[in-house]
Design a protein. Structure first.
Length: 224
């Protein structure tokens, strides 16, 4: 009987060790929440939490180095320049401020999208033995204008500065007072990483989240 009890204790100890080797540091849904708030909402606090979480997997370094302020300014500047290039030089020169406010409002509505994780299911990675993938099904809701003002003319080069200025001011108000909610359902994969007795989840291409949501967001603008 003593030998049996000792053998049972050994078995339970080994099982316990095996279970500890499979411990998730965070649930996949919680990891995805950090990815979303980092790369969609551009939240510095979320970036800090994500780097803290992944640090053991990257030799104590930061997995992601992002300057949100610089990135946003670069994106805003590029968007404004690209947009104004379609108009006359006079219109472009006189409407830089209004165009900047317009794209700020547009980008803010995107960054403030509301996330809801529908499911997080572990599936086998068909390419890597012993690795599972967390398949995240999630939805995001955005506030958008139900209708944007019409552009004052079809030939943008002939639109006068005051006409473009009025259009941009009205469109900006529409975004700031968005009266419609649109929702999309998307899918994202998080891959398992094992460090000692811990399991982490990550994805090396988080821009996939932004790309899919951006396509939906812009397709929804002004739609009925």
């Amino acid at each position: 009987m003593k030998n049996f009890k000792f053998f049972l204790w050994i078995v339970l100890a080994l099982v316990g060790q095996n279970l500890s080797a499979q411990t998730e540091v965070k649930k996949p849904a919680d990891v995805f929440d950090m990815y979303f708030n980092t790369f969609v909402a551009n939240d510095n606090a979320a970036l800090g939490r994500l780097n803290d979480y992944l640090r053991p997997t990257v030799e104590g370094k930061n997995a992601y180095e992002i300057d949100f302020k610089a990135t946003s300014e670069e994106m805003l500047s590029g968007s404004v320049s690209h947009f104004l290039a379609s108009f006359s030089q006079a219109a472009a020169d006189n409407c830089k401020t209004e165009a900047s406010e317009y794209f700020k409002a547009l980008m803010d509505n995107f960054k403030n999208g509301t996330l809801s994780v529908k499911s997080a299911t572990l599936i086998q990675n068909e390419y890597v033995k012993e690795q599972k993938i967390a398949e995240i099904i999630y939805s995001v809701s955005f506030k958008v204008p139900s209708k944007l003002p019409d552009m004052p003319g079809t030939d943008t080069k002939k639109i006068k500065p005051e006409q473009l200025k009025k259009y941009l001011v009205e469109a900006t108000k529409k975004f700031k007072n968005a009266d419609k909610i649109v929702t999309t359902e998307q899918k994202f994969a998080l891959y398992q990483l094992k460090e000692t007795d811990k399991i982490y989840y990550w994805n090396g291409s988080p821009d996939e989240i932004v790309a899919g949501l951006t396509d939906f967001y812009f397709e929804s603008l002004g739609s009925k």
